[in-house]
Design a protein around this ligand. Structure first.
Ligand code: B3K
Ligand code: ZN
Length: 873
């Protein structure tokens, strides 16, 4: 695919473009086999010494170049595009080229999704459509004319407003679109196909009418209603919380089945993976509903944070992504449970982002060097990026943060900005010095806080000593202390809050850490307190503090912050997980104190806690979360300990789990937060029960729930329990599910995922068999992720099998995907590049697997970048 030698690009090498394009008229003669693109651009020289216009372009067939409507011969095609020599200082450039969407399996540029044609241009896909200045700091007004066969492609969509349309005698029709807002080409979109359309409208705060249209595959109209509801909620929320109104007269969403990621925020025409649009109770789980709400919100919020103000260069990606993730997190938190949303987000950070920091792909939220930009749409740029925004929000408070947002838009609306610009606006609007804070943008790695304390009863003083340290990462040896907001609270033994004060002055709960080691003294502390640390997870760090069990159990009951309650439970379990992993390795019997079980039983039976929060606390940390506790990961030990805990909980709390299960049944299915919380609690009880020794009772219960369920949340929960606890009914239920849903790819993804993550000893051979299942195809990224992605990421025991079979399997898959879809291949390889985290035997096998891949013909830039980093680490 990419025959060019991979080149590393550096953030500090940024230079302004020599030429700008102010306007572009695109004309598409569409057909899946050959599409002809005519691009008429208004080009202006910005650097007076530049006379060569260098345009990006890949996999294009050039037909003609005109300058000011006169054919131009003075050019040369390079592997990466075209160099046009001796151009005037201002001119009209017309380029005609052909592309073949039908052959585009990489799903970047213009490609076929089922019977529809659609585009994906971020980050650098536009160069697969025509020759252009494919960089985000070139903003042009786009107008797009699309011509295609009317029967095959009744809907022809692009960005902006539809300004004209017409028909030809030969069965073709055309539509002309115009987008009044200048934009970089990564926000360009075109969709052509036959759809059902859900239409609605939204009246903005200033009383403008916006037409809302959601395009879905024929027959799926009923499954698009939740997406529409979510869109309207997102539009209203952005007005009320951020004061941001939508700017065009129309907002369209198109759902497609073949899509490399979740969705794309193209101006006025969002293209979505159908997974994040389609939902009805029978096919979508509560988590799917929440996922749709979040992603619809995310893409919509990009209209201001990403589109109106875009990125100067791709190193600045977190400018729009970190900020927009923060915004979508807040949207979800404001709509549902703030605490539960926070816990979900922290889990992703701890399990995936911390692992990325400890991998050869470690990078700051603003990367310094990149070979393939698509490799940097990472949890670090997105989720850690959102944490960095959240810390600024914590430091400034909502009002000053919003003032910062307003200043940011005042300064940068309609242009391309940098992360520094954003922080500057926050600093200027708040008068809070963020100079030291900015280090979060350039330093990679997970900071670790080691906290000790001392209580002086005579002086009634409590002293906290906080050390911070960030270990070297593969990309960066030297680390400096960061500005870290540490949110704390002190409690007396009766659960009362002890106010923070020193010398008669009130002290804020958020301590500002700046140095490698600091001391904080609090007085008027009349007894040795229990401390809640990192309230709401106020910074993306690892915490070390020597809590006694009794203190953790106390925090599980008394912490005012729900995140702290959850986290105390996690820390308590983690202590015994780590202890038992060592027991396992030394062949000592596994054990869990009665007091720990009692603490969890108390949470389970709590009448005051939100049901969804109880469910979160009762969910054991995943094997990946646990793995991050260890320098060298032992997947078998971790799995064994987790199974032991599940069985212990189930047997010890059987009656209580059963009672809570029974008490939280909901009659009808409603997408309503309270009901979702009840289902979450009920289903986490069912999951635990499935591991109890009384298999007859639990099998019957699981089977009954599966058979009686009127919604996917409940049937999938039952199926999951059966598969993970290896209940005898599992095969029967799995095959029933297959019979029922095999024609529905999105539903089958859940079924593939369950089997890919099964603890069954022959999970891999089952996965191999499923590659030939009627519902599976290696052409669809969703299927790949749910079967292969789930296996390599979430079945560590099988993937890291000591015979190397898991690694061999991944090598086979990647060999095929390397040319078919490099972006998807590159995501799948992540667990294989983390070889330093495993014992010598596994690390050697992983090394061999990577060397094999490195020898592939035409290795994509995407895989090349990760493999070479891993081998050189
Ligand atoms: N901006 C897109 C992601 C594009 C990924 C390109 N490989 C979706 C989003 O973050 O909203
Ligand atoms: Zn985004």
């Amino acid at each position: 695919m990419n025959s060019n030698q991979p080149v590393t690009k550096y953030r500090l090498d940024y230079t302004k473009p020599d030429f700008m394009i102010t306007d572009i008229d695109l004309d598409f003669e569409l057909s899946p086999e050959i599409t002809t693109v005519t691009a008429r651009s208004q080009v202006i020289q910005h650097n007076a010494t530049a006379t060569t216009l260098v345009l990006d372009g890949e996999d294009l067939k050039l037909l003609a170049i005109n300058i000011n409507d006169i054919p131009w011969q003075d050019y040369q095609l390079t592997g990466r595009g075209i160099e046009i020599y001796h151009v005037p200082s201002e001119f009209t450039l017309t380029i005609v080229n052909e592309i073949a969407p039908i052959n585009n399996t990489a799903l970047e540029g213009l490609y076929l999704s089922g019977d529809a044609l659609c585009t994906q241009c971020e980050a650098e896909g536009f160069r697969h459509i025509t020759y252009y200045l494919d960089r985000p700091d070139v903003l042009a007004r786009f107008s797009t004319r699309i011509t295609a066969n009317k029967i095959q492609f009744p809907y022809l969509l692009s960005n902006g407003n539809r300004i004209a349309q017409g028909e030809f005698d030969d069965g073709r029709h055309w539509v002309q679109w115009q987008d009044p807002f200048p934009k970089p080409c990564y926000l360009f979109a075109l969709v052509a196909g036959d759809f059902d359309v859900l239409r609605d409208q939204f009246i903005t705060a200033s009383q403008r009418k916006v037409a809302l249209e959601i395009y879905v595959d024929k027959g799926n109209l009923a499954r698009s209603e939740w997406a529409m509801t979510s869109l309207k909620n997102a539009m209203r929320w952005d007005e009320t919380r951020f004061g941001l109104e939508y700017d065009l007269d129309i907002f369209m969403i198109v759902a497609v089945d073949f899509f490399n990621m979740g969705a794309m925020e193209n101006k006025g025409l969002n293209v979505f993976n159908s997974k994040y649009v389609l939902a009805k109770p029978q096919t979508a789980t509560d988590d799917d509903y929440l996922g749709i709400e979040g992603v619809i919100g995310h893409e919509y919020f990009h209209n201001w944070t990403g589109n109106r103000v875009t990125c100067r260069d791709w190193f600045q990606l977190s400018l729009k992504e970190g900020l927009t993730v923060f915004r979508d997190q807040e949207f979800s938190a404001d709509r549902g449970s703030r605490a539960v949303k926070r816990i979900d987000d922290v889990k992703i950070l701890r399990s995936v982002q911390f692992a990325e920091d400890a991998s050869p792909m470690a990078h700051p939220i603003r990367p310094e060097q990149v070979i393939e930009m698509n490799n940097f749409y990472t949890v670090t740029v997105y989720e850690k990026g959102a944490e960095v925004i959240r810390m600024m929000h914590t430091l400034l408070g909502e009002d000053k943060f919003q003032a910062g947002m307003r200043l940011y838009f005042e300064r940068h609306d309609g242009s391309a900005a940098t992360c520094d610009d954003f922080v500057q606006a926050m600093q200027d609007a708040s008068a809070i010095d963020l100079t030291h804070f900015k280090l979060w943008y350039s330093q990679s790695g997970t900071p670790e806080l080691t906290i000790t304390d001392q209580y002086d009863a005579n002086r009634q003083q409590y002293t906290l000593t906080v050390k911070q340290q960030t270990s070297a990462t593969t990309d960066q040896q030297e680390k400096k202390p960061l500005h870290i907001p540490l949110d704390i609270e002190l409690y007396a033994a009766n659960g009362q809050i002890i106010p923070l004060q020193y010398n008669g002055h009130k002290i804020d709960n958020v301590l500002n850490l700046h140095q490698a080691q600091e001391m904080f003294v609090f007085d008027c502390v009349s007894e040795k307190p229990v401390i809640a640390l990192l309230r709401d997870f106020s910074a993306p760090v690892k915490l070390h503090y020597d809590y006694q069990d009794s203190e953790l159990i106390f925090l599980m009951q008394h912490a005012t912050n729900a995140f702290n309650r959850y986290d105390a439970a996690q820390m308590l379990l983690t202590k015994y997980i780590v202890k038992n992993v060592s027991n396992y390795q030394h062949k000592i019997t596994l054990s869990l104190p009665e007091s720990v079980i009692d603490a969890f039983r108390a949470v389970l039976l709590s009448s005051s806690l939100d049901a969804a929060l109880i469910a979160q606390i009762l969910t054991l940390p995943s094997e990946n979360e646990i793995a991050n506790q260890f320098k060298v990961v032992n997947p078998d030990a971790i799995h064994a300990i987790r199974q032991f805990l599940l069985t212990t909980f189930a047997n010890e709390m059987f009656d209580e789990l059963y009672a809570v299960y029974m008490n939280n049944k909901t009659a009808d299915y409603r997408v309503e937060y309270g009901d979702m919380a009840k289902r979450a609690l009920k289903n986490s009880c069912l999951y635990l029960l499935a591991f109890a020794d009384d298999k007859t009772t639990v099998s019957a219960l699981v089977k009954q729930q599966y058979q009686q369920a009127n919604n996917m949340t409940d049937s999938l929960a039952a199926l999951n329990a059966a598969v993970k606890a290896l209940l005898v009914c599992k095969d029967e239920l799995l095959s029933d599910f297959d019979q029922r849903w095999h024609q529905d790819g999105l539903v089958m993804d859940k079924w593939f995922m369950l089997q890919a993550t099964s603890p069954q000893h022959d999970a891999l051979s089952n996965v191999r068999t499923l590659l030939n299942h009627r519902s599976f195809t290696l052409n669809n990224p969703n299927r790949i992720r749910s079967l292969i992605g789930a296996f390599v990421n979430n079945n560590p025991v099988a993937f890291h099998a000591l015979d190397g079979s898991g690694y061999d399997f991944l090598v086979e898959v990647l060999t095929e995907l390397n040319h078919k879809n490099p972006q998807v291949a590159s995501r799948l390889i992540d667990p294989l590049i983390r070889l330093q985290r495993y014992d010598e035997k596994r690390a050697n096998l992983m090394h061999q697997a990577l060397e094999k891949l490195l020898k592939l013909d035409n290795l994509s830039r995407d895989l090349f970048e990760k493999i070479t980093k891993a081998l050189n680490a």
